[in-house]
Design a binder for this molecule. Structure first.
Ligand SMILES: *[C@@H]1O[C@H](CO)[C@@H](O)[C@H](O)[C@H]1NC(C)=O
Ligand SMILES: *[C@@H]1O[C@H](CO)[C@@H](O)[C@H](O)[C@H]1NC(C)=O
Ligand SMILES: *[C@@H]1O[C@H](CO)[C@@H](O)[C@H](O)[C@H]1NC(C)=O
Ligand SMILES: *[C@@H]1O[C@H](CO)[C@@H](O)[C@H](O)[C@H]1NC(C)=O
Ligand SMILES: *[C@@H]1O[C@H](CO)[C@@H](O)[C@H](O)[C@H]1NC(C)=O
Ligand SMILES: *[C@@H]1O[C@H](CO)[C@@H](O)[C@H](O)[C@H]1NC(C)=O
Length: 901
């Protein structure tokens, strides 16, 4: 029998599907204090190691030693990080059989230069909603700059981000787009950057780096143009259409981490972050995320270290595209790292349309266009067979259109071909009606010489009927119109919800990420809408560029984030209602750049976590310092403005059902202030102590209350109130059940449930259909998870079935990821011997598997903080020969890929 290579780390099931992935987490084969595994999906056989600081020679001596010792090894270094923020390498380890591989990894971990080792994680391409075709009600969104005061910073302060460097970690950029400067390098808008991966990179193969971060993918590759959209949001500018990014004079850097397809591995991201930092970026913007709310991975660690150096590090908080999975604690790493900005998404408030009239139709017709030179005139059919599937795609079917506006149906060829053909026939404009339904769309193309206008199918057919009956004259209303959207100024329903598992307030602040119009690569028709926290993060990055140009404070993340958070605008929970949205959805609120720049009072800390009931005594009272940096003395009233609360669980059924979308509650905390009014002279500081009285809800409900502390000023020169968000939980997080009702349970290999606790389960090692599994379903994330093998008679542990797993996410509410299972092949790792060791088959006999998982914020040393489950006795019969049948144990963990953005 052929030896199956041991998979030390995560292995992919074949046929990974887009949103859901089956992951085989660490087997028991590595157990070492330096090995930091997690349940996150990972690239097989690829590791990151961090060396002890100051060892610049570490990498080479390490590789040399390694190759001397393991002659068969194919150790291939993928990335080198010779940096004071992270000194290490990532490498692939191939060519070794299972025994050698294990020995090799032990040697790696035992090496004195090695500080820690991690599996390389897979970071999914940001998922965005692309809306080229938009419904009539949600048409071409106006730029959201009125919502965020960016328009005032542009028009009143004349600040456009000049000279501020924003580093973007994304899929490359089509800088040949006219709105993105038309070139790369010195003198261009996109001046810095590097392609770390190449077009063909998928995340699992080797990157082929190059100096040019151009997104040169094709439509056929399926690439969305994410990085180009993000770049346009930050710094795009197009004089022709007046499209203006947040900081149109900022300088961009692009570190490309995605090829045209697939995902990015975390070692590449670490490298990109360090390169952007070294290039002297003033702000780093990353619309990427993993799939958990823990922050223990190398990229999260590096993000944190960069932020600590003072560089604002802006990360999207994560998207949840399935409403049922939109529950508390869905923000994702690395936005969960302390000091990193985790960005929520708010919905754009308006959409922009144009109107025109035609003579025979009494209503105004709504249209979308990026053209500016809208010309009036007679409108004519632009094809001899207008309404065919390929109107105006062939010059031979286009009639004489001299001085006329052409009307054609969408489809058959692209807009540029249609427009060239009708222009050749003398047309002065082109109206394209949709090929179905009631939606209009934005036909955007640069190369056109005549304006192109998109309308709905219904309007197109009505005009066509009019044309057939007589002459129709088209008259444009030259002014654009902005129509309000129903969900404008609300937090987007895909924006993930805090807090972090450690109860840090995340997200921290919101940008506009719902229905954002920006640049797309030329292969994606230049312009379009995308929605996601991916769009909100660059919006905030651009805002910071404006702030830095206005105020300085380069590399002073603390001051910058304080000003932004103090002056963010509180959004409401639902339209037409004054109830404030929870800080767990909006953080401090929507960015208000003008107020952040001009605000003359600062309050810190900028956010408060009152934590949960178990730590109540420690966190219930906090001290706020208010600093009056204005020229005049000011009086502040201190006011509690409670927000809506979250009700994450539904206990009215049979158990702790986690509710998705999350439930809400009106529970409010009272705050007791040491002073309710403070007078502060110019340049002086004052402190106010705040003590929380949580709402009197049942602690079993784990209600997450929140709100804002407002420092209301009446006579202060800037007359803007500063606010500080707070939240807390009624109940103890470590009381939260980890396992859902009726889980875990023992099952055979076919998934058949074994109910009896008194009966013995028979595992015949010669018949793998009898291989037992523990099926579990996590309601709550857990930081530690392991399974002991007990002697059924003595109830004593003989060892573990596997290495401890760390940082598991909770299971999804749906689909394959609804539950997870651990199969046991009747082997164990002894806990009596020290160091790393092999798995050993248990002697024939009867055993019990004892699973335990650490409760949230639990103390690993306190047995009460673990949730446990013991299987029925399992009788293992039939010997096996390990040499010939190494059916290693794996923990199969199904992960939700909430990745984003
Ligand atoms: C572009 O913006 C400028 C300045 O706000 C304005 O004067 C001009 O009319 C705008 N052009 C178009 C085509 O909207
Ligand atoms: C355009 O139509 C003419 C005449 O029917 C035909 O010969 C030609 O092949 C067509 N061209 C294309 C690109 O379809
Ligand atoms: C279009 O028609 C509407 C309704 O008849 C009228 O109010 C409007 O002024 C017209 N606009 C133009 C540009 O003719
Ligand atoms: C909440 O309390 C726990 C337990 O004391 C602590 O580990 C955690 O860091 C606290 N979180 C915050 C944000 O203070
Ligand atoms: C809670 O669960 C009960 C029983 O399953 C159900 O009837 C009720 O609609 C649920 N409530 C919410 C808010 O989901
Ligand atoms: C069980 O063993 C058979 C024969 O070796 C193999 O084909 C099959 O894939 C195994 N099934 C499982 C679930 O491991």
């Amino acid at each position: 029998m052929k030896r199956r290579p041991l998979s030390l780390l995560s292995v992919f099931a074949a046929g990974v599907c887009f949103a859901v992935i089956v992951l085989v987490a660490p087997s028991k084969a590595i157990s070492h204090h330096k090995y930091k595994t997690s349940s996150h999906e990972a690239v097989p056989n690829r590791y990151v190691i961090e060396f002890n600081y100051g060892d610049s020679k570490s990498a080479d001596s390490f590789v040399h030693l390694f190759q001397t010792k393991f002659k068969n090894s194919k150790i291939h270094i993928t990335e080198r990080f010779e940096h004071d923020l992270f000194n290490g390498i990532s490498f692939d380890l191939n060519g070794l059989d299972s025994k050698e591989l294990k020995a090799a990894l032990e040697a790696v971990l035992d090496h004195t230069h090695v500080k820690a080792a991690y599996p390389v994680r897979i970071i999914r391409r940001s998922e965005v909603m692309i809306e080229k075709t938009v419904s009539k009600r949600e048409s071409l969104s106006s730029l959201p700059h009125g919502m965020t005061q960016v328009d005032r910073v542009h028009s009143e302060l004349k600040i456009f981000g000049k000279g501020i460097k924003v580093g973007v970690i994304d899929s490359g950029v089509d800088y040949l787009h006219p709105a993105l400067g038309g070139g790369f390098g010195k003198g261009f808008k996109v001046q810095y950057g590097y392609d770390l991966v190449g077009n063909e990179y998928t995340g699992e193969n080797s990157p082929i780096p190059g100096p040019d971060p151009l997104d040169s993918c094709t439509v056929e590759s399926g690439a969305s143009g994410h990085g180009t959209h993000v770049s346009g949001i930050i710094a795009g500018y197009d004089a022709k259409t007046n499209f203006t990014g947040v900081a149109p004079q900022a300088t961009l850097g692009m570190w490309r981490i995605f090829g045209c397809k697939g995902f990015a591995a975390s070692d590449v991201i670490v490298k990109a972050l360090l390169m952007a930092y070294d290039a002297g970026m003033d702000i780093i913007s990353a619309s990427v995320g993993g799939d958990d709310a823990w922050s223990n991975s190398p990229e999260a660690i590096v993000a944190q270290r960069i932020a600590k150096k003072g560089v604002p590090f802006i990360v999207s908080s994560g998207n949840v595209f399935y409403a049922g999975d939109r529950t508390a604690f869905t923000v994702t790493a690395p936005s969960t790292s302390k000091d990193v900005w985790s960005i929520a998404s708010a919905e754009n408030a308006y959409y922009k349309v144009n109107y025109f009239n035609v003579s025979s139709i009494s209503k105004r017709i709504v249209c979308a266009t990026v053209s500016l030179n809208l010309v009036n005139g007679a409108i004519f059919a632009g094809d001899k067979n207008v309404g065919s599937k390929n109107d105006a795609c062939n010059a031979s079917t286009v009639p004489d259109l001299k001085g006329k506006i052409a009307l054609v149906q969408r489809g058959g060829c692209d807009f540029i071909e249609k427009s060239l053909n009708v222009a050749k026939a003398g047309a002065i404009g082109l109206v394209i009606y949709n090929n179905y339904g009631d939606s209009i769309f934005v036909p955007a193309k640069f190369e056109t010489t005549i304006p192109i206008i998109g309308i709905s199918a219904a309007d197109g057919l009505a005009i066509l009927a009019g044309i057939k009956a007589g002459t129709e004259i088209l008259t444009f209303d030259p002014n654009p119109h902005y129509l309000p959207r129903d969900n404008g100024y609300l937090i987007s329903d895909f924006s993930s919800i805090g807090a972090s598992n450690e109860l840090d307030l995340k997200p921290n602040i919101a940008g506009v990420g719902g229905q954002v119009f920006s640049t797309l690569p030329r292969y994606r028709d230049n312009w379009g809408f995308m929605s996601g926290t991916s769009m909100a993060a660059p919006y905030v990055s651009g805002s910071i560029a404006l702030f830095i140009e206005a105020k300085g404070f380069k590399r002073n993340n603390k001051v910058i984030s304080r000003q932004f958070k103090n002056y963010a605008m509180k959004l409401v929970h639902t339209k037409g209602n004054s109830v404030i949205e929870s800080p767990l959805l909006q953080g401090a609120g929507l960015v208000q750049v003008y107020d952040a720049i001009s605000g003359k009072v600062s309050v810190s800390p900028t956010q408060i976590s009152f934590n949960d009931s178990s730590s109540f005594a420690k966190y219930k009272t906090q001290t706020l310092t208010i600093h009056n940096t204005g020229k005049a003395r000011a009086v502040f009233k201190v006011i509690n403005e409670p927000s809506i609360a979250l009700a994450p669980y539904n206990r009215s059924g049979q158990g702790y059902a986690i509710v998705g979308p999350v439930g809400f509650s009106n529970a409010k905390a009272k705050l007791i202030f040491s002073k309710t009014s403070v007078t502060i002279n110019s340049g002086q500081k004052a402190t106010v102590r705040v003590t929380v009285v949580p709402p009197k809800t049942n602690p079993k409900d784990h209600i997450i209350y929140g709100g804002y502390i407002r420092f209301k000023t009446s006579n202060h020169e800037s007359a803007i109130d500063a606010t500080v968000p707070y939240f807390g939980i009624v109940g103890r997080q470590c009381d939260l059940p980890l396992f859902d009702l009726n889980y875990p349970y023992l099952s055979d290999s076919k998934g058949k449930r074994f109910y009896s606790k008194s009966q013995t389960y028979i595992y015949d090692r010669s018949n793998n259909a009898t291989t037992p599994s523990i099926v579990y379903r996590l309601l709550t994330p857990t930081a530690m998870f392991d399974v002991d093998v007990l002697n059924a008679k003595t109830k004593k542990s003989i060892g573990k079935t596997m290495t401890n797993s760390f940082y598991l996410n909770r299971n999804s509410n749906y689909g394959d990821i609804f539950k997870s299972n651990i199969t046991w092949d009747a082997t164990y790792v002894s806990t009596e011997l020290s160091g790393t060791q092999s798995e050993i088959p248990v002697p024939s006999g009867t055993y019990i598997l004892s699973l335990r998982a650490l409760k949230l914020l639990g103390n690993p040393d306190d047995p009460k903080d673990w949730e446990t489950f013991q299987t029925s006795p399992i009788s293992v019969i039939n010997k096996i020969n390990l040499e010939s049948d190494p059916s290693y144990i794996h923990v199969v963990i199904y992960l939700i890929l909430l990745l984003f953005i």
